[in-house]
Ligand binder design. Structure first.
Ligand code: ZN
Length: 69
């Protein structure tokens, strides 16, 4: 039963990371990609988009892998 829960968690995490790999950008949390608020948003540099947390994790893992070689 516990093994099943762990497996489900791993599958969810894998799916999330895959989604972040395929679509690295999400809407900006501060301005929500609202055109009016976006214009002066410093968090996303007025792009209305942000790099998703999972994508940062992937970049981090990749840098670890590269250093290990
Ligand atoms: Zn923004």
């Amino acid at each position: 039963m516990i093994a099943l829960a762990v497996l489900a968690g791993l599958l969810t995490a894998a799916g999330y990371l895959a989604a972040c790999w395929l679509a690295p950008f999400g809407p900006c949390l501060r301005c929500g990609n609202d055109p009016h608020r976006r214009a002066r948003c410093r968090r996303c540099d007025s792009t209305g988009r942000r790099i998703r947390t999972g994508r940062r994790l992937l970049t981090y893992l990749r840098s670890l892998y590269r250093e290990a070689q």
